[in-house]
Design a protein around this ligand. Structure first.
Ligand code: FDA
Length: 305
């Protein structure tokens, strides 16, 4: 892992930096490349625009590591409002949540109850909730909460990270029960005892896990995998395998982040694939934004320029 990436990921957790830097105009300006705005309205207007172009959309209210019950309830309210407005505007948008924003650092039960409430409301509105996967220390609890909730709610999806050594085993155990799995490479700084550090190895594992999810017997069991990546080598390799195996398009989807590789997004959409764009909003964008910088050092040069 590069030094720049590690420094950036460290700074995303640094209290002083994360409170000072977001106040600078040039930082605020540069984040606009990755999010249409801080307000729910900004995210929904962009969802509307993208849906009219043929994309699917996912929205996420930025924030993580809520340290008071009141903050977790604020997040629940934000998402309730979002579900209400998605319904009013007849959008197909779904939501994606972080469990530490719903209280995982405070109390497992609080987090569970908050998520369950959102799932129930999403069910009433006929929509869907993705669970993001955060740092390794939250993995076990995240899977535990997911495994409990999937028994009662089918409108829930879980994310796995290809950089973790254990993800293959996690995937195999989830295939029995999970209808929706999103595969990402992983965005955090993790120890080499649990996470691959070499990009080729992470990419290779991504392809291995993605191809496992595309096996016919697994798709027949009802799994709909989401391949969340901007890596065109991986995307085209998967599309080749999908075409060779004659897998129908409704059996899988691709996901990308708003503002990243717009050229590729356009290309993948035009080729007839199902592509959902994840749009972020909210005021707590700094740690998330720094992870975007860390993914591609060119962004840092753009920011400094
Ligand atoms: P990679 O980093 O190799 O990038 C491939 C190419 O895409 C680069 O060469 C570059 O051209 C472009 N690119 C990628 N990131 C860029 C950036 N920030 N700026 C400019 N160009 C960029 N992670 C996690 O740990 N938990 C999660 O729950 C999620 N959830 C999630 C949902 C969705 C819908 C997406 C698309 C991604 C996530 N991620 C995530 C983030 C993920 O783990 C990963 O960090 C990013 O997707 C970047 O990795 P790529 O797979 O794109 O490959």
């Amino acid at each position: 892992m590069s030094l720049v990436r590690n420094i950036l990921l460290w700074s995303s957790k640094n209290y002083w930096i994360s409170h000072k830097l977001p106040k600078y105009k040039f930082v605020q300006k540069s984040v606009s490349r990755f999010m249409p705005g801080e307000k729910l309205d900004d995210a929904l207007s962009k969802s509307y625009e993208l849906e009219n172009m043929g994309y699917g959309t996912i929205i996420t209210y930025l924030g993580e590591n809520s340290l008071s019950k009141a903050l977790t309830l604020k997040t629940v309210n934000q998402y309730q409002d979002a579900l209400e407005r998605i319904d009013e505007r007849s959008l197909k948008t779904v939501i994606s949540v972080k469990l530490t924003q719903l209280g995982l650092d405070i109390d497992e039960k609080l987090c569970f109850d908050n998520l369950k409430q959102l799932l129930k409301e999403a069910e009433l509105k006929n929509t869907f909730v993705w669970i993001d996967m955060e740092e390794y220390i939250y993995l076990e609890l995240t899977l535990k909460i997911y495994k409990k909730l999937i028994q009662e709610h089918q409108n829930i999806g879980i994310t796995l990270q290809s950089y973790l050594y254990r993800s293959e085993d996690d995937l195999k155990s989830l295939l029995e029960i999970a209808p929706y799995i999103r595969l990402v490479k992983g965005a955090y700084s993790e120890d080499s005892s649990v996470s691959m550090q070499n990009r080729n190895e992470i990419d290779g594992n991504y392809l291995k896990l993605a191809n496992l999810m595309l096996e016919k017997k697994i798709l027949k069991n009802g799994l709909i995998p989401s391949f969340a990546t901007h890596d065109h080598h991986i995307i085209y390799s998967l599309i080749n395998n999908i075409n060779a195996a004659e897998i129908e398009k409704y059996h899988y989807e691709f996901n990308m982040l708003y503002g990243i590789r717009r050229d590729l997004q356009n290309e993948i959409l035009k080729s007839g694939q199902n592509l959902k764009i994840l749009i972020s909003y909210g005021e707590e964008w700094f740690p998330w934004y720094v992870r975007r910088l860390a993914e591609n050092p060119k962004n840092l040069f753009l920011l400094l320029k």
